[in-house]
Design a protein around this ligand. Structure first.
Ligand code: ADP
Ligand code: MG
Length: 714
C-alpha cells in the first residue's frame, strides 16, 4: 500500500546515515512522506539565460551557458587547507574564469568542450568575466533543463543537493501512488490538479504554470483539512455530556431590565437558550457591532445557568473590562437573587481565597474576571457556563483548549468585530454563530466628517467646546510600534495596529510629541497618552482615569481598548485617517456615541489636499461618512481590499484565528480566496459524511493536523 511507502524511514534513502537522519529529524522530517511535504521555501529562476556581456548587475545571480575552454587546473594555496580549481569557459560574447574552492574532486567534471548552465554572480574583470563557485548543470541542446530550481530550508548537516536528491528518491519510491484524499468531485469543481502532479511540480516545476497549479492544490489541501478539523472539533465538543439548563423561563430576567430587548437580542437569546437546554455543550459566538448590547445577552445566558442550579463565569480580556461587566451584571443578577463576585489581579489575597472557596463549595453562583480565572486553580463545583468577551483575538486552538478546560460547560464567546459572511465560516467554523445586527432604539448616530489639515484651528475650537460642555475626547494617531512581548494574560496587543501602512506611519516619537503639543494647546485640560509600548497595567490605569472622567483628552495610538465603555466620550478624532482601513475606522468610531451626548467622529486626512489621497482612501472616507452599519462596512472593506488585505488589516489577532494550526504552504492572508473555497468544500463534504467515515485517510490527516499542534498551544 502506498501509505506504507510514505512511511519509509529517511535512513533507507541514499546517503542518509544517522547524522543526516538527525539533521532531518531537527526539521521534523522522519519519513519519505515527510520529505514530500517539505516544500521549497523559494525557487531560483535559472531559465533566463543571458550572454556574459549582457550582464550589468554583479550583485544578483545570473544564468549563463558556457563551454569549457581550458583544462581545469588545481592551485594549492600557501594556507594549508585551501585549494582552488580554475578554468575558462566561453559563450558567444566573452570568456569567464570559473573558480571553485576546496573542491578538487570537481576536476574531472568539466571536460574540454563540454557545456554547462552556470548559475551565480558574474563579475567583470577587465575585458573578461569571473564566476566564483557557481551552481552548474550539464547542458545538452536536445534535453532542456528545468527553469525553476527549488530552494529548501537547511539545517546543519544538510545541503540543497542532498535534500533535492532525497526528495527525488522519495518521489520515485512513491511513484504514481501518492494517495489523493481529496474527493474527486471537489477536486474537479475547484479546478485542482491531482496530488501526485502537485507534489511532483512543487519540487520540480515544469514551468511557472504548473508550479502555480501545484501550489494552489497544496494550499487548498491545507485549508480543506483545517476546515474539516474545525468542524469536527465542533462536532466532538457537541457530543459530550453537558449540564442541561432547562430552568429557563426568562420572564423575571426580562422584567428586571430597564429596557425592552431588541428583536436581534431576543433572537440571539433564543438561540443560546435552545443550546443550553440540551446535554451537548453550547459552543457559540455572539457577533455584533460595538454597542449593540451583547452583554445583556450574556447576562441572559448566565441567568439560565444559575437558575438551573449551575455556576457561571465571565472572562474579559482586561481588568477594566471585567470591572465594567461586574458593575453592570452584579446589579442585574444580584437583584434576581444570585451571588456575583469579581476576581481580578487587584482583588486582595484573602478575598481571592474566599471567592475560590465559594466556587469550589458551590456557594458562589457567578464569577467575573480576567483569563486568570482559568489558570488560577479555580475549581467550579457545578460548572455550567463560561462566557468570554471580545475573544476574537484568540484562535481556534485556544478556543479548543478553553472548551477542554471548561470540561463540558456551555461556552459563549462575544466579538465586536463584524466579519463578512464569506469569511465568517473560516474563522468561526468551529462555533455556532449568533449575529446581532440591530442597535437598541434611540441610539444616536455618530456624525462623521472628513477634513484636511487646514481645518486644524476649527477642530481645536471644536475640541475646546466639547470639553467645556463636559464631554471627553479621543484623538487617535497612527504610529508604528514594535510588538510588545505577550508578557501577561491581560496584555492587549495593538488591536487595530496593522491597519496602518507601516512604511509611511510616523514613529512613536512623533505621537509622543503630538500628545505634548495637544497638552500645551489645552493647558486647562488633562491630556494623557496611551500606546502599546506601555505595560498593560499602566495602560489600564490610563484607561481607568479616562473612564472615570479624570482625563478630558486621551491621545492614543490604536490601542484603545476595544470594549471599554466611556459614555461621556463624545468626540473621536482620527489623524491621518487615510491610513486606516474601513473596519478600523468603524471600530474607532464605536468608542463614542455610547451615552446621551451628541457625538462626532472627525477623520483628518494627511496633507492639505484630498486630491493627493488615493482614490481608495477617498472612497473609505466617504463610506465612513455615509455608512454606519458594521456588517455593511466589513463587506465593503472586503470588497475594496480583497480578502488578504482585509484579514491583514483587521489585526494580527484575526490572522491568529488559525491559532496554533501551522500551515506549511498556505497563508491565511495571501491565500484567502482559496481559504474560502476550501471551507465551502469542507462543509459540503461534512454534510454528506459528517464523521468522515467514508474518508478514513482524510480523517487521519485532520486528526494529525489538529492534535500535533495542540501540544504546542499552551
Ligand atoms: P456591546 O455589544 O458593545 O458589548 P453593551 O452590551 O455594552 O454593548 O451595550 C451597550 C449599551 O447599550 C449598554 O449601556 C446597555 O445597557 C445598552 N443596551 C443594551 N441593550 C439595550 C436595549 N435593548 N435597549 C436599550 N439599551 C440597551
Ligand atoms: Mg461589550
Amino acid at each position: 500500500m502506498a501509505g506504507s511507502v510514505l512511511n519509509t524511514s529517511v535512513t533507507k534513502l541514499k546517503g542518509v546515515g544517522p547524522v543526516k537522519a538527525a539533521a532531518y529529524a531537527k526539521q521534523g522530517i522522519f519519513t519519505a512522506g515527510d520529505l514530500l511535504v517539505n516544500y521549497p521555501r523559494a525557487y531560483e529562476n535559472r531559465g533566463n539565460i543571458e550572454l556574459l556581456d549582457e550582464i550589468t548587475d554583479p550583485d544578483i545571480k545570473h544564468a549563463v551557458v558556457l563551454t569549457v575552454a581550458t583544462e581545469p587546473k588545481g592551485v594549492r594555496l600557501r594556507s594549508r587547507h585551501m585549494s582552488m580549481l580554475k578554468f575558462k569557459a566561453y559563450d558567444d560574447s566573452g570568456t569567464a574564469e570559473i573558480t571553485f574552492f576546496n573542491q578538487d574532486y570537481l576536476k574531472d567534471k568539466f571536460p574540454l568542450g563540454s557545456t554547462f548552465r552556470f548559475w551565480g554572480k558574474v563579475e567583470r574583470v577587465g575585458r573578461h568575466y569571473a564566476m566564483s563557485a557557481p551552481a552548474f548543470e550539464p547542458w545538452y541542446d536536445d534535453k532542456p533543463l528545468r527553469d525553476l530550481i527549488p530552494i529548501y530550508r537547511l539545517s546543519e548537516g544538510l545541503n540543497q543537493k542532498q535534500i533535492t536528491e532525497n526528495i527525488a528518491q522519495a518521489a520515485a519510491l512513491c511513484g504514481q501512488e501518492i494517495p489523493d484524499d481529496l474527493p474527486n468531485d471537489i477536486r474537479i469543481e475547484n479546478k485542482l490538479c491531482t496530488r501526485t502532479f502537485a507534489l511532483k511540480n512543487i519540487h520540480n516545476p515544469e514551468n511557472f504554470v504548473s508550479l502555480a497549479a501545484a501550489k494552489k492544490r497544496l494550499i487548498f489541501d491545507e485549508f480543506f483539512t483545517f476546515g474539516l478539523g474545525m468542524a469536527l472539533t465542533r462536532a466532538k465538543v457537541k457530543k459530550s455530556g453537558a449540564p442541561e439548563c432547562r430552568d429557563n423561563d426568562l420572564v423575571p430576567f426580562s422584567r428586571s431590565l430597564p429596557f425592552p430587548l431588541t428583536e436581534a437580542q431576543k433572537r440571539a437569546i433564543r438561540e443560546i437558550r435552545a443550546d443550553m437546554a440540551t446535554d451537548s455543550p453550547m459552543n457559540r459566538i455572539l457577533i455584533g457591532d460595538v454597542g449593540c448590547g451583547k452583554t445583556v445577552c450574556a447576562a441572559a445566558a448566565v441567568y439560565i445557568a444559575v437558575k438551573s442550579g449551575y455556576q457561571a463565569a465571565l472572562m474579559a480580556p482586561t481588568e477594566i473590562l471585567a470591572r465594567q461587566h461586574y458593575a453592570d451584571l452584579s446589579d442585574i443578577l444580584g437583584k434576581l437573587g444570585y451571588s456575583v463576585e469579581l476576581l481580578i489581579g487587584a482583588t486582595s489575597a484573602s478575598k481571592k481565597t474566599k471567592i475560590k472557596a465559594a466556587l469550589t463549595d458551590g456557594t458562589l453562583d457567578f464569577v467575573i474576571g480576567t483569563q486568570a480565572l482559568l489558570s488560577d486553580g479555580v475549581e467550579f463545583a457545578r460548572p455550567g457556563l463560561i462566557v468570554t468577551d471580545e475573544q476574537h483575538r484568540f484562535g481556534v486552538m485556544q478556543r479548543a483548549t478553553l472548551s477542554e478546560k471548561s470540561k463540558n460547560a456551555h461556552t459563549l464567546v462575544m466579538s465586536a468585530t463584524p466579519i463578512p459572511r464569506s469569511l465568517a465560516l473560516a474563522f468561526y467554523g468551529d462555533l455556532d454563530m449568533s449575529v446581532i445586527d440591530e442597535m437598541p432604539p434611540g441610539r444616536q448616530r455618530v456624525d462623521t466628517f472628513y477634513v484636511d489639515g487646514s481645518y486644524r484651528a476649527r477642530l481645536e475650537g471644536f475640541i475646546d467646546k466639547n470639553v467645556r460642555e463636559g464631554g471627553q475626547v479621543y484623538i487617535v494617531c497612527p504610529a508604528v510600534e514594535e510588538k510588545e512581548s505577550a508578557d501577561d494574560e491581560v496584555t492587549l496587543d495593538e488591536m487595530l495596529e496593522t491597519g496602518i501602512i507601516p512604511d509611511t506611519a510616523p514613529p512613536l516619537k512623533a505621537a509622543v510629541k503630538y500628545a505634548e503639543e495637544i497638552q500645551a494647546r489645552f493647558p486647562e485640560f488633562k491630556v494623557e497618552f496611551v500606546h502599546g509600548k506601555l505595560k498593560s497595567r499602566d495602560k489600564e490605569a490610563i484607561m481607568a482615569r479616562f473612564a472615570a472622567g479624570k482625563t478630558q483628552i486621551l491621545v492614543s495610538t490604536t490601542v484603545i481598548e476595544v470594549g471599554v465603555n466611556v459614555p461621556n466620550a463624545c468626540l473621536m478624532i482620527v489623524e491621518n485617517a487615510e491610513r486606516f482601513g474601513l473596519s478600523q475606522l468603524h471600530q474607532l468610531r464605536g468608542r463614542v456615541g455610547r451615552g446621551k451626548r451628541k457625538s462626532y467622529c472627525v477623520l483628518v486626512y494627511g496633507g492639505d489636499d484630498l486630491a493627493l489621497c488615493s482614490e481608495n482612501a477617498k472612497e473609505r472616507l466617504e463610506t465612513m461618512k455615509t455608512c454606519y452599519d458594521g456588517f455593511a462596512i466589513a463587506e465593503k472593506d472586503l470588497a475594496m481590499r480583497g480578502p488578504g488585505d482585509f484579514l491583514r488589516g483587521n489585526g494580527d489577532d484575526t490572522v491568529r484565528q488559525s491559532g496554533g494550526v501551522k500551515f506549511k504552504i498556505a497563508d491565511m492572508c495571501d491565500d484567502a480566496g482559496i481559504l474560502t473555497a476550501a471551507f465551502v468544500a469542507s462543509k459540503k463534504l461534512l454534510e454528506e459524511d459528517p464523521e468522515l467515515s467514508n474518508h478514513p485517510e482524510l480523517r487521519d490527516t485532520v486528526t494529525s493536523m489538529f492534535t500535533l499542534d495542540r501540544t504546542t498551544v499552551n
